[in-house]
Each structure stands twice: as structure tokens, then as C-alpha cells.
Design a protein around this ligand. Sequence first.
Ligand code: SF4
Length: 688
Amino acid sequence: SAMRDERIKKTKTVCTYCGVGCSFDVWTKDREILKVEPQMKAPANNISTCVKGKFGWSFVNSEERLTKPLIREGDSFREAEWEEALALIAKRFTDISKKYGPESMGFITSSKCTNEESYLMQKLARSVIGSNNVDNCSRYCQTPATVGLLRTVGYGGDSGSIKDIAMSELVIMVGSNTSESHPVLSTRIKRAQKLHGQKTIVADIRKHEMADRADLFFRPKPGSDIVWLSAVTKYIIDMGWADEDFIREKVNGYDEFTASLQGFTLGYAEDQTGIPRETLIQIATMIYEAKTTCILWAMGVTQHLGGSDTSTAISNLLLVTGNHAKPGAGAYPLRGHNNVQGASDFGSAPANMPGYERVDDPLVRLKYEKAWGTSLPEKPGLNNHEMVEAIHEGKLKAMYLKGEDMGIVDSNLNHVHSAFEKLDFFVVQDIFLTRTAEFADVVLPASPSFEKEGTFTNTERRIQRLYQVFEPLGDSKPDWQIIMAVANSLGAGWNYEHPSKIMEEAAKLSPIYAGVTYERLEGYNSLQWPVAPDGTDSPVLYTEGFNFPDGKAILYPVKWSIPLQFPEEYDIHVNNGRLLEHFHEGNMTYKSKGITSKTPKVFLEVSPELAAERGLRDGTLVRLTSPFGSVKVECLITDRVQGKEVYLPMNDSGDAAINLLTSSEADKDTDTPAYKEINAKMEILRQE
Ligand code: SF4
């Protein structure tokens, strides 16, 4: 019989390409990836993965990986040993903090990294440096959804499980390109449509795959979702279709809320959103007739001036119709990165300690001060959007940023780049020399998920372990080890032998993780927070009441923020979002052959009407110019978009990087950039 090859091994990991949190076994031989094999026991995905999860991993062995620390010398970098890099960081951080105070320093963690790494980054910022200026890239996508839920129901997470979505009678998707952005989750809906006639409603300005499959699809005017949501809610109340029992027992603020809806008549909504009155009535009727409704939403909702308010309006609608605390109902903000949920859960946020306890609550601070043996700053810090402004104002002098290509993914790039240039000292930690790293003084080589252990929390609050597939490449290290080394070079004396020790500490301090241990997360086991001390977890939230002192939810009145207005010459609305095959700026997926052979570059989706009007063909090279910058990209004519609406995927870090166009305007409650509110003018550069 053939000898079993000792070099072949199988390791369980969790995908890093979206918040669905698919887990699977990776088969490897030395550093070669043989195959990705999903398992039936994987809680989020069973035997499914999408193209990214299946083929998106060869970047791990890319020759472009950083394998040594780099130190700036004039216009270029030289390689250095860890000791030298850490000594330099310690000296500069200490000097700057002494000279300008701890508030002159900013820390940014990544929602691609593990929970334990997010925990350590905020601990470093708060307890070693003394600054609450710590944030993560969920600020760019999902913080408004978190705020909308914290206001109304009390936990900033999906209220049920992914598998429950299949049980729902009606699924409403608002501003969510579900089949490209959360592919495996969308297959559950497609299956439920076929198997038990699940109904779906899609509200989007772009006719994507889920729109094609919907029972009802409509296109609100950009940025007007809150208007139709409020009008439908009002209509339901006016018709006597609200769940009065549920509201009486479980909800506060009904009368004030009802009064706040006064202006949202069907006629007003029809005018402002462009959705016919009959459609609005049909939406209300479908919700009324369904026993369970869940609403899924994503960046089409959150990345607006009123992103938090629209998220709140979604939650209000669910409360009025009693769609909570039962499987198949509830709120599903779909988290973008694999660990958007966890990065905020674990306290990498300027106002929140782990588990959403507030930094300005003296009792919370006291608890952490005792545990950490340091005193903590009480004033909430700057978020990443405010950090950019603070650099321009000369208040923020140094930054430590990991795993985030902020110089591509933040809005208004020209403004962000000029801020980076002003920093006295900039440390970037990543797996590649990213566009952002080009501005750094020190670059630290980190390890991707395949080279580390830890946990991620997916969109349904599910905490899952990942195991180490490969040894770190060259001198690169897992982020948690690097943060610990930086902290220790500043005298912290941390001594975590393994990420499990970090989780142990977080579980002791933060009630929502009380019962989380690595043993309970062994293999394919997982836990959905909050987790009681005995390990009981929470697949469906709010079954024992909402997360407020009296157990009642709050109906929270909101107003419409009119979208950004542009001078008439900027006549094209530039929608943007994901492509199935690529991940964000593309640092990882463009280095994975299995992906680039399918989709080598981005293109601009242009409607047949606009193509006819301007003489555009497939492949025509155009320049789009907004008041903030311009991009160059080739056209693809498609009826997914209509009129003067174009769609530019966010997956480019060169001439077509969407954020060369976007502004610095942001959601008024969270500073999440209004990426979706951008207009441009178009000129032809080269005809195909
Ligand atoms: Fe990865 Fe998301 Fe695809 Fe699952 S659906 S394989 S988590 S990108």
C-alpha cells in the first residue's frame, strides 16, 4: 500500500473574505495549498464556499510578502531586524507622547485580524499609551448599523443566526448586493425561495442577482431609503397592522414615534423616493401577511449622511411589526470583513471598551484599571475619520496602523495622503507593502490568517477558532505577537503565551464573553455571544427581553438627511461596492491566480441609455471627475444600472480607486464616510 505522505496535513481555518464566516479544512503539503474542503459541521456554511474562499489563498505564498521589518531612509526603505525596529518605535512613541501628550497618538486595528489582536491593540492604546484614539475599519462600513441597533434593541449585532434566514417567510434586502458580497448566505435564500416559497423584496439602485430573483424589486432614488421605510411603517400603523400586543409588552416610545412619522405619507414618499404608492402599499402588505420578516442591509444603507438613522428606521419597522425574538425574524446588518463584528466587539473603538461598555463609565474604567494595573483615559477618543482631520490640524502626530490599507479604502484619498505626509511618525503593520505603507517610517511584517491562531466573530455574532496552517513566512509574525512586542518595548511586561490567554482575560472582564473559552471553541465548535458563564450562548437575541434595564426596546424617531448635492455639471451618480471575485482594495485577491484568471481588473458598469447618449462601448476608456479627484476606467455596458447611474467596484488600488472620487462627508452620528453619495462628470479618453 502507498505510504501516507507525512507532509500532507489538514487544518481547520475560517475564511477572511467576508462576514459570513465560512469555515473549512485546508489541505496542504509543506507550503503548497492542495485544496479547501468545507465540512458539513461548519456552522455558517456547511459544505459551501464561494470562489474567494475556495481559490483566494495563494497570496499567502506571494513573493511580495513582507518578510523583514523595514525602516525608512530618505525616499526608500531598508531592511532591519526586529530589535532595531522595535527600539526605534519605542523611542519615537515615548518622545512624541511626552512632548505632545498621549492624545497625539492614534491606533487603528483591522477587522481582518483576530479578536485577540483587536483586544490587544485597544489595550496598548489605552493602558500603555493612555489614549482612547483607537478605531478599526468597521467605521468604513457597519458602525451606523451598530448604532441603529444599540439605540433601539440594545445589542450591536445580527439578532438571529444565518441559518434562521432560511426559515423566514419574507426576507427584505436593502442596499445589500448579497449574492456578491455575502455569497454563501445568499445561497440559503435562493434555496429557501425554491424549497418553501420564501418571498423576497429587494430595494436597491442596482439590479443585481438578488433583485432579479426577487418577488418585488424597486429602485429608490439614491439616499432615500429612510423615506420609504418610514412611510411603510406609518402605513402599517395607520392600517391597524402594527403588532399592538408586542408593542405594549416589549417596546417603549410608541406614541412619540408614531407622531414623528406624521410627515411620511405615501404621497410624500412617492415624490421623494420615486417609488409608486402601489409599491409602498405592496411592501406593507407583504410584511403584514408574513408571519416572520427579517431585514438584511449593508453599505447601500450605511454609507450615507444618514446611515445610522436609516439603520434605526429598519429596526423601528421590525419593532412595530413584532418581528423580533423569534427565529426567522429580526435585524441582519451584514458585516463586510470577516471580523468587522469582532473588531468592535473587542473594544477597538474610541468610546467603547470590549463588549460595548463605555469608556466614560467610571465603574467600567475602574474594572479595567484594576485588571490592567494602569489608569485609563476617560474621554472618548478620536475615530479614524477624526484622526485624519486631527493630523491636518497638527494635533495628531503619530499613528500605529495594522492590517488596513487606509490610503486606498478611506474616502477622499488625496486628503488622506496629504495627512499621512504630515505625520511625525507612522508605523504600518501589514503582510504587503501597501499604498498606505509607502507613507510609513517603519513597516512591520505581519502574518495572514493561515499563519496564526485566534478567533473571528462573523456577522451572526459567532465566535470561531482558526488554526495555524503554515509557519510565519520569513521573519513575519502574527499581529498579536507584534503588538505585544511593541507594548513590551514600552515597558508593558505582557506575557501572553497564546491567543487563548488573551481571550481568557477578555472573558473575565467583559460580560458578553463570560463563558467563552478556547476549549468550548475547539475544532468546528462555536459560540454566539452573549455567552453565559456556563457556556450557554445566544443564537437568537432578545428572547428574554431587549438589552435595556427594563427589558423593553425603544422606538427611536429619526429624520431624513438629504443626500449631498453637487453642481449640475457633475451629472453622473457613482454607485460603488463589491465584485464577487475580489476583496476590497485587492491586496490579497489580485495576488491569487485562481481569482485573477477569472476577473483581472475592475470595470465601470454603464447603462445602455447612457452608453447610447455618450457613444460608449464595452472597453471605452473614460475619466470620471468629482470635485475631489478623478479615476480612469473602462466601461462595461449592462442593464444592471440605469440612466445616469454608474457602478464602480471598490476593488482597485490604482487609477480606478473609487476613493479618488469620494468626499470627506460622513454619517452625522458615526463619521462613516458617505461613500455612496458621489457625483462625477464623464469624458471619453479612448474609444474601443
Ligand atoms: Fe469566504 Fe464569505 Fe465566500 Fe464564505 S461567503 S467563502 S466567508 S467570502
